[in-house]
Design a protein around this ligand. Structure first.
Ligand SMILES: Cc1ncc(COP(=O)(O)O)c(C=O)c1O
Length: 379
């Protein structure tokens, strides 16, 4: 078990070293800004973006509404309520079960604020993309971070054991970032059913679309069954729309409406922008784009696995669009790659020598593999 401080978390996610300032995270740094590149081209293998997005349908929708950029995304066929309705329909839920955000990061932040209370705690996995835990700590909350097991699987039994009468929320990420591991679906369903009788369970499903027949793996049906289960999703990953900043939270109507009142006062001014809403609605119609992106990602992972194996670099098979591997000395590795204009993540405190690389374009991956060869950072 390990509790992280803010600097450690930001370093692992690759934020502080790049001089980025995130909402609520203002990390002073003298590091070069992200666009500085000696070759003129940064290989963005850091954020788990889809290098092939957005889909053509999403782009057409953006073009269609560009002239409406003077208008809020209301009273239109592509308005924020229509997006909520479409999401709800696709998930077998009601629009009242859906809360939209500027990316899922915003919604995770709200959940952290909502569930952080004096004398209470939150249980989270580690290593993970732990926005809820990081924000909660930042505002004075108690967070119990439960380390993955020896096989890098989330340790559900230890997480359950940590729940007490003071626990307000338990969070999971499936597939998990940065390990790429997926929890067995029937096991996860049983876990959510049982735990949600004691505390709300949040499942971050940012990467779920990378699973084959992904709809079989989502925990969304548990919400329709009335369980205290919350799910975050994002258009930033397989949908290839990270820059458009749209995400959503699914949950019981009472919680969704409480969060809406608390953080937006019911005023739709926090809705995603006109272009993002139209693009998101287009993206949800484009099943083919998901298939093509998954196929591209599988092929990229296959090539990378072969290279890592040849180089004798230990790695985990991933169910997402990134791969986690042991480089021996992460800070030297990161500096080596940065010098080659490759940006990536790693160095989570409990796994200080593990790195995470996003599956980028074929050219980017070949360039990356070329700079793995010889393991120059180990010398
Ligand atoms: C697991 C997970 N959840 C949430 C996010 C936040 O994504 P966004 O705010 O773009 O929706 C990320 C981003 O990398 C992520 O990896």
């Amino acid at each position: 078990m390990k509790d992280w401080n803010r600097r450690q978390w930001l370093q692992a996610m690759g934020f502080s070293s790049l001089g980025l300032t995130l909402t609520g995270f203002s990390e002073p740094t003298n590091a070069p800004i992200i666009h500085t590149s000696t070759s003129g081209s940064i290989r963005r293998l850091l954020y788990n973006e889809n290098p092939n997005g957005p889909s053509e349908i999403a782009k057409r929708r953006i073009a269609e509404v560009t002239d409406r950029s003077n208008r809020y995304a209301t009273f239109h066929k592509y308005d924020y309520l229509a997006l909520k309705k479409l999401i709800a329909e696709q998930e077998g839920l009601q629009p009242g079960n859906v809360l939209l955000g500027h990316g899922s990061f915003e919604l995770l932040t709200w959940l952290a604020v909502h569930y952080t209370q004096p004398g209470h705690n939150i249980v989270v996995p580690s290593p993970s993309f732990d926005v809820v835990g990081a924000i909660s700590r930042k505002i004075g909350g108690t967070v119990h971070a439960i380390e993955v097991n020896d096989d890098f699987q989330l340790d559900l039994a230890s997480m359950e054991a940590k729940i007490s009468a003071q626990t307000n929320l338990l969070t999971l990420c499936n597939p998990n970032n940065p390990t790429g591991r997926k929890i067995d679906t029937p096991q996860l369903r049983r876990f959510c059913e049982s735990i949600s009788q004691k505390v709300p369970v949040l499942v971050d499903e940012a990467y779920i679309h990378y699973l084959e027949s992904w709809k079989k793996h989502t925990m969304a049906p548990l919400i329709a069954e009335g369980k205290q289960v919350l799910i975050t999703r994002t258009f930033s990953k397989i949908y290839g729309m990270a820059g458009l900043r749209v995400g959503f939270l699914l949950g019981p109507e009472s919680l969704i409406s409480a969060l809406e009142t608390k953080f937006t006062m019911g005023f739709p001014g926090n809705m995603p922008n006109t272009l993002s809403v139209a693009a998101a609605m287009g993206a949800l119609e484009d099943e083919q784009f998901l298939q093509t992106s998954s196929k591209f990602n599988r092929a990229g992972k296959g090539r990378l696995y072969r290279a890592l194996k040849e180089l004798d670099i230990p790695y985990l098979k991933s169910e997402a669009n990134f791969v986690y591997f042991d480089v021996g000395k992460f800070s030297a590795f990161k500096a080596h790659m940065r010098q080659k204009d490759i940006i990536l993540a790693g160095g989570w405190p409990s796994k200080p020598n593990w790195a995470r690389v996003t599956i980028g374009r074929e050219e980017e991956m070949s360039y990356f593999v070329k700079h793995l060869q010889g393991k120059a950072w180990m010398r």
